[in-house]
Design a protein around this ligand. Structure first.
Ligand SMILES: Cc1cc2nc3c(=O)[nH]c(=O)nc-3n(C[C@H](O)[C@H](O)[C@H](O)COP(=O)(O)O)c2cc1C
Length: 170
């Protein structure tokens, strides 16, 4: 099985998971901006990872537009600020796919975190608005609001195991 991991990451969490997956599958992890110039038909398995942005997996639609006509095995992982135990993750993931894609493409969620130091001005402003909304709706003592107030890191290599096993079984 010849695999490649392609990712989009702004503050580094998705890139870290891509690196771990690449090491586990013994293959390259390449940023989407570089992967676009590559011949992806040379691979059997294409793994795509993108960070979650207001419920969307960043870059997924564009990636699938390129990858699906190649008729390769595709696996997707999304990295967000939510802990892995959040019960809404599966339905949120699902909204990124058509029904037909959801039945064919395996999608995984890995907890990332928040890194305000590496965020750009626009993302910082959007997070400030989201924080203010959470404070209003859930209160300043809510766990959600308190989490949003500072940077944190939930990444752990253990989360990649189901994706790695899935790819190795293909
Ligand atoms: C504007 C914005 C929107 C976000 N929306 C979501 C979201 O809908 N769900 C989620 O779990 N995390 C969301 N996040 C958090 C990021 O997905 C999280 O910080 C992720 O780990 C970033 O990955 P990266 O370091 O690879 O860029 C959002 C972050 C920003 C800045």
């Amino acid at each position: 099985m010849k695999a490649i991991v392609i990712y989009q990451s702004k503050t580094g969490f998705t890139q870290r998971y891509a690196g771990w997956i690449g090491a586990a599958l013994n293959c390259e992890a390449v940023a989407w901006k570089d992967a676009q110039a590559m011949d992806l038909s040379a691979y059997d398995t294409l793994v795509y990872g993108g960070w979650c942005h207001a419920g969307s997996i960043i870059g997924l639609k564009k990636f699938l537009k390129v990858a699906e006509p190649l008729k390769k095995n595709i696996a997707v992982f999304a990295v967000g600020a939510s802990p892995a135990e959040n019960p809404e993750i599966e339905s949120a993931l699902r909204r990124n796919f058509t029904q037909e894609q959801w039945e064919r493409i395996r999608a995984f969620y890995f907890p990332g975190g928040l890194n305000y130091e590496k965020m750009g001005a626009v993302d910082k402003a959007l997070m400030a608005a989201f924080r203010a909304m959470t404070k209003k709706q859930e209160g300043e003592d809510s766990e959600m609001y308190r989490m949003l107030c500072k940077s944190y890191d939930l990444t752990d290599e253990k989360y990649i195991q189901p994706l790695v096993a899935h790819c190795q079984g293909q």
